[in-house]
Write a protein of this length. Structure first.
Length: 59
């Protein structure tokens, strides 16, 4: 077992072939994540009638 015959886990060619797939994944993850974050920031707390059992207790 010579050290010059050790196979690397991936080559430069396989890395370059995977770049477009990785770019598509990053863009799609960003688009989905952006929608989730924007919808959470626009969410309003519910409004209840005065005297409802769901209104916060007055101090």
């Amino acid at each position: 077992m010579d050290s010059k015959f050790i196979k690397k886990p991936f080559s430069r060619r396989s890395f370059l072939k995977g770049l477009p797939l990785a770019a598509i994944g990053v863009v799609s993850f960003g688009a989905i994540g952006g929608k989730v974050i924007s919808s959470a920031s626009k969410r309003q707390p519910p409004v209840f009638k005065k005297g409802s059992i769901f209104t916060p207790k007055e101090s």
